[in-house]
Design a protein around this ligand. Structure first.
Ligand SMILES: Nc1ncnc2c1ncn2[C@@H]1O[C@H](COP(=O)(O)OP(=O)(O)OP(=O)(O)O)[C@@H](O)[C@H]1O
Ligand SMILES: [Mg+2]
Length: 369
């Protein structure tokens, strides 16, 4: 269908067909990338998104418009290989000099794949809410699976550990005791992993608390572990105290902050910033809140690896040597237990994780704020 559309544009370059009007009326930015990676078509929403006229867009290559993005290239390659649209790749578009813009992108091959139609939709709050919902559902399913698996793993593991201990008492050669020690240590490691996979095992014990005190504790812990990384604080003094479980919140924020510090290992002038702000009219879960607290943890590291961007909140997903891939899963669960969520954006040189927690004055979905 797209091929026919484009040919009809080419056939009547001066006249504006109904189809062309229709494409221009779309809120979605549409580009067609032709041979040599040059843009051969842009609709009105694309002109708006890239702040260039379609004439100016037409002479450019895609690489001049957006910073090189492995996720975008892989979406295009997949679409061409499968000869079918590749949808909903979330990308961060870096458009000349402007802050990175999170967008959802669909790539569809036209004709034999020399031309590719690209649709870019800036991700609004609803889309983010949908993504959040997906993570919640996935985590619920994981928890149920883990609960039954944990039972199956922990019982025999206890048996193995006990038997190794009994065996150890019978052994008279130190060299053999080393082996039973390995069995015991590995059994303990596996048990600790299963416990972490099971996630937080208690409901939050909420009390009125000051989030800035928690962040100062997180800063102290991060600086003790990574003394070379400066942590700057930009706190909104007008932020009210609110009800939360301070230990759980500390754990969640520490997990996010440690990731930031670990991502800065090879950065020349590393810096982490903790920022707090009041956020207005925020949808968390399915509820809209007039007020929320936004806690941002920013770093200037290399960014989240493209290969795991879609899955960072899932258990055992890690882009880091030696990482167990549980820090963000746990942080997300703890924050969700408080009715909040975690959002993020990431481009090389700037990654921002935002923990959003509801403040008072909850409103049900759909009511005006
Ligand atoms: N600020 C960040 N910058 C770059 N990559 C990040 C950042 N935060 C998270 N990531 C990526 O997300 C992955 C998942 O993080 P997560 O905290 O869940 O697991 P982990 O850090 O690998 O292991 P652990 O269980 O020890 O926390 C990380 O391995 C890293 O690749
Ligand atoms: Mg981590």
């Amino acid at each position: 269908m797209h091929a026919a559309l484009i040919s009809s544009f080419e056939a009547t370059p001066s006249g504006r067909s109904l189809r062309e009007h229709a494409l221009d009326a779309l809120a979605t930015a549409v580009l067609v990338r032709g041979e040599d990676r040059r843009i051969v078509y842009a609709n009105a929403a694309a002109e708006h998104l890239f702040a260039l006229s379609s004439r100016a867009l037409a002479s450019r290559s895609l690489d001049e418009l957006v910073a090189p993005s492995a996720a975008l290239e892989s979406a295009i390659a997949k679409a061409i290989a499968a000869r079918a649209p590749c949808r909903e790749q979330e990308l961060s578009l870096t458009l000349g000099g402007r802050p990175p813009l999170p967008v959802a992108c669909t790539a569809s091959p036209l004709d034999d794949g020399t031309r590719v139609l690209l649709e870019f939709r800036p991700i609004d709050q609803e889309l983010r809410a949908l993504r959040d919902e997906r993570v919640r559902e996935q985590q619920q399913a994981n928890r149920e699976l883990m609960r039954s698996l944990a039972h199956e793993i922990k019982n025999p593991l206890g048996g193995i550990r006990g038997a190794a201990q009994l065996l150890e008492r019978e052994l008279d050669r130190a060299a053999l005791v080393e082996y039973t020690q390995v069995i015991i240590a590995e059994a303990d490691r596996l048990r600790a992993l299963v416990d972490r996979l099971l996630g937080p095992h208690r409901a939050p014990a909420c009390r009125r608390m000051n989030v800035h005190e928690i962040l100062v504790r997180v800063k102290g812990l991060v600086q003790a572990e990574f003394p070379a990384i400066p942590v700057a604080c930009d706190f909104d003094a007008s932020l009210p105290e609110f009800d939360a479980d301070p230990e759980q919140l500390l754990q969640a924020l520490l997990n996010v902050a440690r990731n930031a510090a670990q991502a800065l290992a090879s950065t020349a002038s590393p810096e982490i910033r903790f920022v707090t702000r009041v956020a207005r009219s925020v949808t968390l879960g399915k509820r809209r809140h007039r007020l929320a607290v936004a806690i941002r943890i920013e770093d200037n590291g290399q960014g989240i690896p493209d290969a795991i961007r879609e899955r960072i909140f899932y258990p055992l997903v890690s882009g880091r040597e030696g990482g167990s891939g549980l820090g963000l899963t746990i942080a997300h669960t703890l924050v969700a237990q408080h009715g909040g969520t975690i959002e993020w954006t990431s481009t090389p040189g700037r990654t921002v994780f935002t923990v959003l927690l509801p403040l008072a004055h909850e409103e049900t979905e759909g009511r005006p704020t």
